[in-house]
Design a protein around this ligand. Structure first.
Ligand SMILES: *[C@@H]1O[C@H](CO)[C@@H](O)[C@H](O)[C@H]1NC(C)=O
Length: 209
């Protein structure tokens, strides 16, 4: 027969065990019900084509500011000056042909940023008008070096379903004529994986590809 002292000790131990189990269950429940802000990121891959009409009918890029110079001799056609700034409102299509399905527009500027080399600074925003990211934007910035086969810009952010976007975009220029070039944009980015709570709040914006 157990002594009264032993009985008290074992019931104390039982109570402690119950308490520990309750604490563990509470922590487990909180973990399931309130997930922490996720560190996971979801990839965003897009390949689209920017229709750049530099002159003539349907022109979508125009000289906004004539730079103070000096003239940059590395650029063709001639008469480019340091600081020349062009504003753009270009159609973006699904394929390289200008009559393929429209998927958005690119708004932005580029400026002759070198006095001697074929280098521009660029800052542009891709607004998507169709698909899972309809109404969302990707914001891109960097330099264009015309002596390089491919351009690489940073994806510095985004809006809507592309909030918090980060990554890079590769641009390949395909000249069609002296007044018309097509630029392939290959976006390699990611966005933060939203928590269930954020998903519910923005369910009208977020769709799976
Ligand atoms: C579409 O592209 C063709 C050449 O591929 C060109 O002849 C035509 O002018 C372009 N249309 C527009 C609206 O830019």
């Amino acid at each position: 027969m157990a002594s009264p002292v032993a009985n008290t000790t074992s019931s104390k131990r039982r109570r402690l065990l119950l308490l520990a189990a309750a604490v563990a269950l509470t922590i487990l429940a909180l973990t399931i019900l309130v997930p922490p802000v996720s560190a996971q990121r979801r990839p965003v891959r897009l390949r689209v084509y920017v229709q750049e009409v530099l002159g003539g009918p349907g022109q979508t890029e125009k000289l906004l500011v004539r730079g103070p110079g000096p003239e940059n001799p590395s650029l063709w056609p001639p008469h480019n000056y340091f600081g020349d700034t062009v504003v753009m409102d270009d159609l973006v299509t699904e394929g390289p042909a200008n009559d393929s399905a429209p998927v958005g527009r690119v708004y932005g500027i580029y400026m002759t940023a070198s006095m001697s080399r074929p280098v521009y600074t660029v800052s542009f925003t891709l607004l998507l008008s169709t698909g899972p990211y309809k109404g969302s934007t990707l914001v891109m910035a960097g330099i264009d070096d015309d002596s390089m086969p491919a351009r690489e810009h940073a994806v510095v952010g985004g809006t809507g379903a592309l909030r918090g976007a980060q990554g890079y975009v590769l641009g390949v220029v395909m000249p069609v004529s002296s007044q018309y070039v097509v630029m392939e944009l290959d976006v390699h980015a990611s966005v933060p994986e939203p928590t269930n709570k954020a998903k519910a709040a923005a369910s009208h914006l977020i769709m799976d590809l």
